[in-house]
Design a protein around this ligand. Structure first.
Ligand SMILES: *Cc1c(COP(=O)(O)O)cnc(C)c1O
Length: 365
């Protein structure tokens, strides 16, 4: 059996350090907004190259809090992708704004900058690219569009921790970067967690309040906020894992390179690295016209696999609008019908990848 991710194996390799970190928090009985959260936030800011890193309870909350801090709301249009996890657009709806879904690049699955430019209206206020599957979106082009039209750029970095464009980390060169520490993400906690990055001091102040009931000074509430804090146990675990993130991402890239060899000559498209930035392979996703046959063979061989994402957001019931039919997004729809994600994690062995290669080869022959 080959799983999509092997968190148990990773835990066993760090067990002593993780167990000690957790035990120290238990012993201290400081569970909320204590020294580990504070230290983690400086370490994250340093790693990502930003002036402010504000942790929160989840990646979904990171997006929600960023949109609140940007004062986006009813009447505002926010351009984003439909080929993503629902949270990206859910957060837009939380603040009462309107997600405007546009098509993607068929090679990277990320927002197509031309489609973004074509969708701008007088009501457009922001663009939310997602660095899907760990590959940076075309930030140079999107930044230019955002600047030309005075739009906010907010990055969904839930899948891209450690990915960068010429050394510029995802989440560091826009108004806000929104990260998730969901356990299976490249930098994952042992529960839920999230992070917002910004280089704007007043925005960071606002986020610190929003995550803690609109309060900076205890029992003084400047606005309605949320209970959205990362807890000390998760922060302590993340500090142990942050030290290893480059090695984790290198392991994912090694696995992707091995897949490329194992799949050479086969009738399928392996992930394209278009040179925009460093891909950190949160997912290893192929395109195939023979998905059912490959899935049946993988199933038979007990090799985990998944379709991310089978139904793009513009076709989800939650986003249907009585006044307006859903847009037609031909590239998104085609990719959703042909994509297949395979196991990828730092500890995945070459022999396992070769056996996945053999299984797919047999299915296609
Ligand atoms: C995981 C994910 C989120 C949400 O993160 P949570 O921590 O699960 O709330 C948002 N966007 C994308 C693209 C994701 O993959």
């Amino acid at each position: 059996m080959i799983p999509m991710v092997d968190l148990q194996r990773q835990y066993h390799e760090m067990r002593e350090e993780i167990d000690r970190a957790i035990a120290e928090v238990l012993e201290s009985t400081r569970f909320i907004l204590g020294p580990n959260v504070q230290a983690l936030e400086s370490e994250l800011a340093e790693y990502l190259g930003v002036t402010h890193a504000v942790t929160c309870a989840s990646g979904t909350d990171a997006l929600h809090l960023a949109l609140r801090a940007a004062d986006l709301g009813p009447g505002d249009e926010i351009i984003t992708t439909a080929f993503t996890f629902i949270a990206t657009a859910e957060a837009i709806r939380y603040v009462g704004a309107e997600p405007v879904f546009v098509d993607i690049d068929p090679r990277t699955f990320n927002l197509d900058p031309d489609a973004v430019a074509a969708a701008i209206t007088p009501r457009t206020r922001a663009i939310i690219p997602v660095h899907l599957f760990g590959q940076p979106a075309d930030m140079p082009s999107l930044s230019r569009i955002a600047e030309d039209h005075h739009l906010l750029l907010i990055e969904d970095c839930a899948q891209s921790f450690g990915a960068h464009v010429d050394g510029v980390q995802t989440g560091s060169a826009s108004a806000f970067g929104c990260f998730s520490f969901f356990p299976s993400k490249n930098l994952g906690a042992y529960g839920d967690g999230g992070l917002i990055t910004t280089n704007c001091a007043p925005a960071a102040e606002r986020l610190l309040k929003l995550r803690n009931h609109g309060s900076k000074v205890r029992y003084h509430h400047d606005e309605i906020g949320y209970n959205s804090r990362l807890d000390e146990i998760q922060a302590a675990i993340l500090r142990v894992k942050l030290k290893r993130i480059d090695a984790f991402n290198a392991g994912r890239r090694r696995a992707a390179a091995r897949y490329a060899e194992a799949f050479s000559g086969l009738d399928l498209e392996i992930p394209h690295e278009d040179g925009i930035g460093l891909h950190v392979y949160h997912q290893y996703t192929i395109l195939t016209d023979h998905r059912d046959a490959i899935m049946a063979a993988l199933q038979e061989a007990e090799i985990a696999h998944a379709i991310y994402y089978p139904i793009p957001l513009h076709q989800q019931a939650a986003f249907q609008n009585r006044e307006k039919p859903p847009p037609s997004l031909p590239v998104t729809e085609s990719i959703a019908s042909r994509c297949l994600s395979l196991p990828v994690f730092p500890e995945l062995e070459d022999a396992q990848i070769d056996s996945i290669g053999d299984c797919v080869r047999a299915a296609l022959s």
